[in-house]
Design a protein around this ligand. Structure first.
Ligand SMILES: NC(=O)c1ccc[n+]([C@@H]2O[C@H](COP(=O)([O-])OP(=O)(O)OC[C@H]3O[C@@H](n4cnc5c(N)ncnc54)[C@H](OP(=O)(O)O)[C@@H]3O)[C@@H](O)[C@H]2O)c1
Length: 481
């Protein structure tokens, strides 16, 4: 890993020599987090609004990023899932700045966010992500850059384009952007109706290297989208992955194709995905039935405009009698509770992601002809359900995964127009990313957990104060919960 910079040394000397605690704090806050002189100049230009400048500033040779290490993938062997601790496996390292290839962009990352995929990477489940990097690295000399003994993680960012590679015309250095996490090659015909069907489809920062939890990130230029102007860096960074995923899963014709009047059962309705699914249902004229696990989470759903809420803890739903046996009586009790809330309607759509623990119940409660749309299996991927309820009632199960560029763009556009709002609950520094991922792993959070990368403090980057003012209470709904 690269060493500390001259600026670092000067700052450290200043800090060490001063007897003024206020000055010491200022020096620490200002310079501690930024590892290299080159990066500091870039940050200064961005903070000063000299965006036209940034393309001509030299790139630093290295940058700080949150990594896992290939020689540590066995560190949690023998531990239970719940005891594997992201704080032990996530590091902040100086890593070399990757070379820029055709169709790519290097972005100065002002803020990023924790996604569950970073939790999976950090606990090396269901497998370590170095296998993804090795496989990708075998596909081309350019992709070989990703195959490193460290993996810079993170699948969200808000920041400023620093450089674009050959063939990039739609974006320029200085553009303020967010990035979605679909990385596709599009050399096969299969992906040309729907880019998610490309056989070389990967999730950036999970199945590729140089992700967003870092001071710099390498993306394909077709991951870039305009940063919503009324949001701060950390607010703009947090919706990307989950908002796009929830859009495809629930709204898009590639997913459940929700329409006005639908009843939508949303699991984890105040969590990352669920907090956007709930908003899409409310905004799109559907009726969400929100499932959560505490009164505080129920309150967040009410604040998003949902009225029908099930607290699965308070109501004691247990869909499994033991590790191997489900309890159909509990499915029926759950279905009856939904009907009680809706006045007799069953869900047209079940928005699924908890997986094994809930899937049997989800298939049971979906309406005749209804759809269970799933994008994940947080509690286990070997699902079990009674197929009689599926076929006899003509229900459908749809698999959904992230979103294509069009869907991600539409989802981001709704944020930019102030129709869907970020659900940022807390913000951590880059150094504390392990703690942030730990909170998500332990399901202690609500909505999204943000991470400041280059941004020295929260609240920066707002360009449209008028639009912000109109939506301020909605933007801040999740703060501090
Ligand atoms: N395929 C994709 O493109 C894609 C994209 C994004 C996320 N994902 C996956 O989707 C899953 C959820 O992601 P997220 O960002 O929404 O995570 P999250 O912020 O942790 O939210 C998930 C919510 O699910 C609920 N939940 C967790 N375990 C549950 C269980 N056993 N039974 C019922 N509810 C449970 C919890 O809410 P309550 O405790 O309040 O009920 C939790 O807040 C993760 O596995 C993630 O990897 C997949």
């Amino acid at each position: 890993m690269a060493g500390r910079s001259t600026l670092w040394d000067i700052s450290w000397v200043t800090f060490a020599q001063t007897s003024d605690p206020a000055l010491a704090a200022l020096v620490l806050k200002r310079y501690w987090p930024v590892a290299s002189t080159g990066m500091q100049k870039i940050l200064d230009a961005i903070l000063a609004g000299d965006l036209a400048e940034v393309g001509s500033l030299p790139l630093p040779e290295s940058y700080r990023g949150v990594t896992v290490h290939a020689d540590e993938v066995e560190m949690f062997s023998g531990r239970e899932h719940a005891d594997k601790d992201p704080r032990e496996s996530l590091h902040v390292d100086d890593v070399p700045t990757p070379e820029l290839g055709p169709g790519e962009a290097l972005v100065a990352v002002m803020a990023s966010a924790i996604n569950y995929n970073t939790v999976w990477t950090s606990i090396f489940e269901p497998m370590d992500t170095f296998g993804f990097l090795r496989r990708y690295g075998r596909t081309s000399p350019l992709a070989k850059r990703h195959d490193q003994p460290y993996h810079v993680v993170g699948s969200d960012l808000a920041g400023v384009v620093l450089r674009t590679g050959p063939g990039v015309n739609a974006w320029q250095p200085g553009d303020e952007v967010v990035a979605h996490c679909l990385n596709v090659e599009l050399e096969h015909p299969d992906g040309h109706n729907d880019t998610m069907l490309d056989p070389e489809q990967r999730i950036w920062g999970f199945e590729t290297n140089f992700g967003g939890l870092a001071e710099l990130a390498l993306v394909k230029s077709n991951q870039l989208m305009p940063k919503p102007r009324h949001l701060s860096w950390e607010e703009a960074a947090c919706p990307g992955l989950v908002n796009s995923t929830a859009y495809r899963q629930l709204v898009s014709r590639n997913g459940a194709g929700m329409k006005q009047g639908d009843t939508v059962l949303v699991w984890g309705a105040s969590g990352g995905l669920g907090s956007y699914a709930t908003q899409f249902a409310v905004n799109g004229g559907a009726t969400p039935v929100c499932v959560v696990s505490s009164p505080q989470k129920a309150e967040m759903c009410r604040k998003m405009g949902a009225e029908l809420i099930i607290d699965r803890n308070a109501e004691g739903f247990r869909f499994w009698k033991d590790e191997h046996t489900q309890d159909p009586k509990e499915w029926k009790r759950f279905g009856a509770r939904i009907r009680e809330l809706t006045g007799g309607d069953d869900p047209d759509i079940v928005f699924e992601h908890p997986g094994r623990e809930t899937f049997g119940a989800s298939v049971f409660v979906a309406k005749r002809g209804g759809t269970v749309v799933t994008c994940a299996s947080t509690s286990g991927f070997l699902h079990q359900y009674d197929n009689r309820y599926l076929w006899m009632n003509l229900k459908k199960i749809i698999g959904s995964h992230f979103a294509n560029y069009r869907e991600a763009w539409e989802a981001n556009r709704l944020i930019a127009k102030g129709k869907i709002h970020p659900t940022l609950s807390g913000v951590y520094s880059l150094e504390d990313t392990g703690q942030a991922a730990f909170e998500v792993h332990k399901n202690k959070h609500q909505g999204k957990v943000g991470v400041l990368c280059l941004a020295p403090e929260e609240g920066l980057g707002v360009r449209d104060s008028q639009l912000r003012e109109q939506h301020l209470s909605a933007i801040n709904r999740f703060r501090g919960v």
